[in-house]
Design a protein around this ligand. Structure first.
Ligand SMILES: [Zn+2]
Length: 83
């Protein structure tokens, strides 16, 4: 992560849309299994705060599907604040 994520969800999602290379590529199918593997068997950092990620979202970007790893708090923040 080269830039500090903006504090609001809209700005955060705008940043990801503008710079999808911040996110690792995700598979186009088998998402359920891949998500389980990513959240249970692998260790990733929350993109927003850097703590250990506990949730994995798929972001549709112009470069294809990408992983968005978030900790529980930031996942809650995204779900409850997304426009
Ligand atoms: Zn977080």
């Amino acid at each position: 992560m080269t830039a500090t994520p903006p504090p609001d969800v809209e700005g955060f999602l705008r940043l990801l849309a503008a710079e999808p290379t911040l996110l690792p590529p995700a598979p186009a199918d088998g998402i359920g299994d891949a998500t389980r593997r990513r959240t249970q068997d692998e260790i990733h950092s929350c993109l927003r705060c850097g703590r250990r990620a506990q949730e994995a979202f798929i972001a549709g970007t112009r470069l294809g599907p990408r992983w968005l790893d978030l900790c529980a708090a930031c996942g809650h923040w995204l779900r409850t604040s997304a426009p």
